[in-house]
Design a protein around this ligand. Structure first.
Ligand code: AQP
Length: 337
């Protein structure tokens, strides 16, 4: 396994993990974890880019680790850890920031979208620098592949640009990572059930469009029943509205079915039936995760031990990369180091 390509990815403990996070990232991680040497991180420092309640942040960080495992991440095969437990993430982010032109960050659409939601005076510079921290996360582990949803493509490209710039200016240091997006079929961009023009997101103003992995099952069904479709009466696979197309994509991602199967199952059927079929599949995916999650959270000592082991393993590699970076830049090793 040590010679396997290296995978790094993470999620923010910034809210309720949802079907988009599952289909765009978590499930591909699980399905391919046997192929790679994996680092899966709870990126709590990223969550600080917008205001957080400290008690809630701590609770959500534990919840996220338990959900990773409940969804199928094997903590023996994969290194599971919390970003803030490995101080090299913040250190490398500072250094990479010194190699990142402002203009590159100003072009990031996620920053533009999120900063638009609050006044400029209140937008943190952390939100602006978020992609630099993400680059540090990835580059620390000599990562070859980064499995993420479509929304992270631009940040990934930036990571590659930063790494290439650093390598070009101070010497070959970083492995250039490749994005791994949508390679498991559909699911790379799950849209809100209420506003199918925007992605399903933890930070959405209302949770009506979001299927949280820990939503009560009757609520999951009710949310699918209320999903936006259009004023038509049945599924038209030739030109589905955004809401219908989203439901079909969710179904395709959940089942891995082909276009032919989609056609035979859905062409012409009523919207009520469509919603029920998608809800059934979503519930079949979510229910076992919820059951396993309940078992895991009943044993916090085991979760703590997994995180301690993960942080130790991550630190070892992160420290090695940092010392290579420091050497390149002429930063003196600490006395006795
Ligand atoms: N709607 C989505 N469809 C497919 N993939 C998605 N991802 C997020 N939303 C969708 C993928 O999930 C991973 C974790 O994302 P994150 O926690 O770093 O935050 P995010 O990408 O910003 O996701 P959210 O839910 O919108 O969180 P907030 O609102 O906190 O910013 C990533 O791989 C992402 O691509």
């Amino acid at each position: 396994m040590t010679d396997s390509p290296i995978v790094f990815s993470g999620m923010q403990p910034s809210g309720d993990l949802h079907l988009g996070n599952l289909l765009g990232a978590l499930r591909p991680w699980v399905l391919e974890q046997h192929l790679f040497h994996n680092y899966f991180c709870v990126v709590d420092l990223h969550a600080l880019t917008v205001p957080q309640d400290p008690l809630l942040l701590a609770a959500k960080s534990r919840e996220l680790v338990a959900l990773y495992i409940a969804a199928g991440i094997d903590p023996v095969r994969s290194t599971l850890f919390v970003q803030s437990h490995v101080h090299e993430h913040s250190e490398l982010a500072w250094i990479l920031g010194c190699f990142t032109p402002m203009g590159w960050l100003e072009r990031m659409t996620q920053y533009k979208d999120k900063s638009r939601k609050s006044e400029r005076e209140r937008t943190s510079s952390g939100l602006f620098n978020y992609p630099v921290l993400m680059a540090a996360d990835i580059l620390l582990y000599k990562t070859n592949f980064v499995p993420v949803g479509e929304d992270q493509r631009q940040h990934l490209e930036l990571t590659r640009n930063i790494a290439n710039r650093f390598n070009g200016l101070v010497g070959e240091t970083f492995v250039i990572p490749e994005p791994r997006i949508g390679h498991m079929g559909a699911g790379a961009k799950v849209m809100s059930l209420q506003e199918p023009g925007t992605k399903m997101s933890k930070s959405a103003e209302s949770d009506a469009g979001l299927i949280a992995l820990l939503d009560p099952i009757d609520q999951v069904r009710a949310k699918f029943r209320r999903a936006k479709t259009d004023s038509g009466t049945g599924v038209d696979l030739e030109s589905p509205s955004a809401g219908v197309a989203n439901l079909l994509e969710i179904y395709r991602a959940l089942t891995g079915c082909t276009s032919d199967t989609l056609r035979s199952e859905f062409d012409g059927i009523g919207y009520g039936q469509l919603k029920d079929k998608v809800a059934d599949r979503a519930i079949a995916a979510i229910e076992p995760i919820q059951a396993r999650y309940r078992e895991l959270t009943a044993d916090p000592a085991t979760l703590d031990a997994i995180l301690r082991r993960g942080a130790d393993a991550a630190r070892e590699v992160a420290a090695e990369t940092m010392s290579a970076v420091q050497g390149r830049l002429g930063l003196l090793p600490a006395a006795g180091g």
